[in-house]
Design a binder for this molecule. Sequence first.
Ligand code: ZN
Length: 79
Amino acid sequence: MTKKTIKCPYCSEQILRTAKKCKHCGEFIDKDSRVEEVADGVVKTTGSIFWKIFKIIIWINVILFGLIFVILVLQSSFL
Ligand SMILES: [Zn+2]
């Protein structure tokens, strides 16, 4: 059985994952401010930005085609 440790967000010492208070610096550890093994991982934001732009383009297309459709229907009903 391996001890699961995390980094203390205040002093960066290894402490137990279940610890509520750091034994090295004496700070209380919040669950939200815990620095886990994320520090070494590269934050992948480029993919989400591309996806957001892609969704915006799709929405613009949907709105444009909707407007063209409405204009065509109005023209055919009035003329
Ligand atoms: Zn600490």
